[in-house]
Design a protein around this ligand. Structure first.
Ligand code: NOJ
Length: 472
């Protein structure tokens, strides 16, 4: 008899296993799509915006099929589900009506209440994000995150969210990956509002988002200390492309400060500080300073991790806020060219997040991995057949990242759960429906769901609360 026990990696008893998604990427919410209520549903109609020419009009039809998808979550032995609220569908009329009346649209409220209640009935913890990249169109039209009113509107949204769903939500997140959004929307121009190289706009949006986060944090808590609120940060370990190049090192340091740290640092300190050299300019300096209610408004750490970045100096820097990302890859890459780099996950969990581990009361903030996953590319018009069921690379990615996650727990990090991105394939923003991140395959034509090997693997891991029963 062979003793395999040395290969069993056990997780702490109350460790939460789950999956993560966002509303626009899966829902196909009928009124939003028909009436083009959000900036993203309008954006997908514009020529050339989406790489494969697809849109999210149906996406995974989660809005129609959520009962079946909840069954899947249960079958996979998962106990946590993260999604976001459809702000545009909940508040469709705009400031003139809804905000004054402070109401959510009927129908949409019932849908979310039913979704969250059914998850809870199955013992599944509910994680909800308020802003996952989509704005109501009326707000986008008046400037979105650069509108002077956006923080007021976000606070109203948060307050209503607490009133309608507070009894059903376990963990709130105000905004998702703020710097990824700001970069794509104000520097690269790939996402709404489609501005490019607009650094001042980017920092105005950062300040508004921090203000909005602070206001929403308190609105969601509603005076109840126990209500758990945070925001999800995309963490990317940065390294210089050429180790010995002082210029690459400088650019690496700058990009890392801006991308990884601006949000958690501002929240911990209660103020926005703009890094040099931009802080040398008066219009940027005017955005610095204290933000009321911001200090320590973060009850847990929500970590999204996919890959690392090698940074390289090029002549566009310093005018380019974020410098350049090297195209070099030293490790296997996913369909989007992102290196599978578990060492970076370990570094994020045991080092990059260190400055933010302690809360206002001197306690350790719990850490949740709220996203981590692997993309493969398959055309959206594929339907029947065996394509993409055997997803060895995703299984390897999953295992290697869970191995280092466990090491981080052993190193003393208070990691409470892991939510894989994603349950099903879904709409990957400007990349369209082609990148597949799902444990479960979706054939968009007939909306059929089919478990991939990674789903079977993940389900065994969750059931055993250990990496052990790997029949591969
Ligand atoms: C981060 C985002 O939150 C999510 O919307 C996206 O689909 C995944 N990463 C994969 O890129």
């Amino acid at each position: 008899m062979t003793d395999n026990s040395a290969n069993i990696i056990k997780f702490p008893e109350d460790f939460l296993w789950g999956v993560s998604a966002s509303h626009f990427q899966i829902e196909g919410y009928p009124t939003e799509v028909e009436r083009r209520l959000s900036d993203w549903s309008r954006w997908t109609e514009e020529e050339g915006r989406i790489l494969d020419g697809s849109n999210a009009d149906r996406a995974c039809e989660f809005h129609k099929r959520y009962l079946d998808d909840i069954e899947l979550i249960g079958e996979l032995n998962l106990k946590a589900y993260r999604t976001s609220l459809n702000w545009a569908a909940l508040m469709p009329e705009g400031p003139g009506t809804v905000s004054r009346e402070r109401q959510f649209a009927p129908g949409v409220v019932e849908y979310y209440r039913d979704l969250f209640s059914r998850l809870k009935e199955r013992g599944i913890k509910v994680f909800v994000t308020l802003f996952h990249f989509c704005l109501p169109d009326w707000l986008a039209e008046e400037g979105g995150w650069t509108s002077p009113r956006v923080a007021d509107e976000f606070e109203t949204f948060a307050d209503l969210a607490r009133q309608h769903f507070g009894d059903l939500v376990d963990y709130w997140m105000t905004v998702n990956e703020p710097m990824a959004y700001i970069y794509q929307g104000y520097v690269a121009g790939n996402w709404p509002p489609g501005a490019s190289q607009d650094y001042l706009g980017a920092f105005v949006a950062i300040r508004s988002m921090l203000t909005a986060h602070a206001r929403a944090y308190h609105a969601l808590k509603g005076g109840e200390d126990a209500v758990q609120v945070s925001f999800a940060n995309h963490w990317r370990p940065f390294a210089p492309e050429r180790k010995w190049s002082p210029l690459d090192l400088m650019v690496t340091h700058y990009r890392e400060r801006v991308f990884n740290h601006i949000f958690p640092e501002s929240i911990d300190e209660g103020a926005l500080n703009i890094p040099a050299p931009l802080s040398g300019r008066k219009e940027f300096r005017a955005l610095e300073g204290e933000i009321p209610g911001l200090k320590k408004s973060m009850d847990f750490l929500a970590v999204n991790y996919y890959t690392r970045e090698l940074s390289r100096f090029d002549l566009s820097w310093p005018p380019d806020l974020f410098g350049t990302r090297s195209k070099r890859a030293d490790y296997p890459v996913n369909g989007l060219g992102w290196e599978a780099y578990p060492e970076g996950f370990y570094r994020v969990l045991t080092s990059d997040i260190n400055p933010y581990l302690i809360d206002s009361k001197g306690h350790n903030r719990p850490v949740f991995v709220t996203e981590n996953g692997f993309a493969t590319l398959f055309s959206p018009d594929l339907s029947a057949g065996d394509w993409s069921i055997s997803d060895r690379e995703r299984c390897d990615y999953l295992i290697s990242h869970l191995v280092v996650l466990k090491k981080a727990i052993e190193a003393g990090v208070n990691i409470k759960g892991y939510l894989h991105w994603s349950l099903t394939d879904n709409f990957e923003w400007s990349e369209g429906l082609t990148p597949r991140f799902g444990l479960v395959r979706v054939s968009y034509e007939d909306q059929a769901r089919k478990l991939r090997e990674s789903a079977e693997l993940y389900s065994k891991i969750a059931a055993a609360n250990a990496l052990e029963t790997i029949d591969r």
